[in-house]
Design a protein around this ligand. Sequence first.
Ligand SMILES: Nc1ncnc2c1ncn2[C@@H]1O[C@H](COP(=O)(O)OP(=O)(O)OP(=O)(O)O)[C@@H](O)[C@H]1O
Ligand SMILES: [Mg+2]
Ligand SMILES: [Zn+2]
Length: 505
Amino acid sequence: MLAAVRSAAVLGIEAYDVTVEVDVAAGLPAWTIVGLASGAVKEARERVTAAIANSGFALPSRRVTVNLSPADVRKDGTAFDLPIALGLLSATGQLDAAALDGLLVAGELGLDGSIRPIRGALPLARSAARSGVRALVLPEGNTAEAMLVTSARLATAPTLRALVDALRAGALPPAVSPPVRSGTPPDALDFADVIGQPVAKRALEIAAAGSHNVLLVGPPGAGKTMLARRLPGILPALDEAALLEVVAVHSVGGLLPPGTYPSRTPPFRAPHHTISMAGLIGGGPGPRPGEVSLAHRGVLFLDEMLELPRHVLDAMRQPLEDGRVVIARAAQAVAYPARFQLIGACNPCPCGKSGDPNAICSCSAADIERYGARLSGPLADRIDLHAHVGAVALSALGAVNTEERSESVRARVEAARERQRARYASLTGTQTNADVPGRWLLAHGGITTSARLVLEQAADRLHLSARGYHRALRVARTIADLDGADDVPDAAVAEALRFRNRGAA
Ligand SMILES: Nc1ncnc2c1ncn2[C@@H]1O[C@H](COP(=O)(O)OP(=O)(O)OP(=O)(O)O)[C@@H](O)[C@H]1O
Ligand SMILES: [Mg+2]
Ligand SMILES: [Zn+2]
């Protein structure tokens, strides 16, 4: 007997339809899975047979053939376990085929028959909503993310037994709606903890307001790590569209722990500098999104950035420019979104003391040059704000704390973002000043003739590239947005250029 169950697989962050056909025929007991299945899919046999037996259903001692179609796309992961099991129960007459009509099913099975969470449930929910299925059957651990797609009809059950019992009774056990966590996490670190460092704080405020990239350079113990970790506390919460994008990538990356509700806090990823190329950019078997994609619509913090091998750093150039990563594979290329904000921190030289008036740097000129060269010109060009973080006077640390709290900085950032939202409302793909095409900004962004003149003169003097020119313009636009100004004044351009000019700020 033949049964067919509708399922789906994920490529990048998009799902495509897969039909799981199960045929049970006379012959010696044997299992075959065909249709470009990976090792994880082939292991479904062990999980499915154990789950069926341990759920009190009968196992056929006949020949079982599972076909995943279309057969020309590679299938990976464990999400076909549940559709295979349902197909097998239907093909052996233990479940009416009509009960499976119009369902899209995905889920991993435990040997005990429990239904376990899968990666990529949100893309599945999107695809199910688009193609209008009767219901999408998902593991309980995945329903919180899938519910972000409000038009998808969801059903869930804790075990294979419970699901089949419900289907036999003609029922679809509904999923219960969870709330979406909102706002800034209560444990967000506060900028008021950082004494002094007005230049670095200003750079981070501008960066937060316009989604620009920042590099904090300074001696050990100056507070670079402290400052960078406080950036999330001044970022606005994700809007509806960004939340869906972020959850989709995290879902595919297997980063949503079951039972936790998607949060509106922008992602903050801080990988160690020993991270591999695949870990940072994405790839590997599967493949999986890398840190640049997990930081999509949020922050990628690279502490001790110059400790990363140069070829790994340089691999970020493409995503920094395009906002996405394309991973070439033998069968087909996979794309992940990667519109992140880069925050780097590094020392100015190997000993860390170069440029510090109160310390003696023990590095040779050649050492310092080699160290600086770890950051390639093209990558440095993509960093909008270079801020020097000097050592703070120890006497300042004991004084009464009069530093501004993150909450009031965030209010300014949110107001600046609101201005950007209004300005770019009709410009698809542009949300912040960091995304706006340079030509558009020059024509419609309130750049006065005199501000343009200041920029053009400086461009010659500082040997700005065309990219550097447009990037400085975007930062100037953000500075004006923080001031609530419609036009970009000369002073905003001058400040943007000071931050661009390496070491000068
Ligand atoms: N500006 C500051 N205000 C308050 N505390 C500070 C400041 N700068 C440094 N500190 C203290 O010093 C510690 C080290 O700071 P942090 O780790 O941010 O330095 P860093 O610049 O990242 O150094 P490294 O280059 O060694 O990584 C902090 O945990 C904090 O206790
Ligand atoms: Mg540090
Ligand atoms: Zn040194």
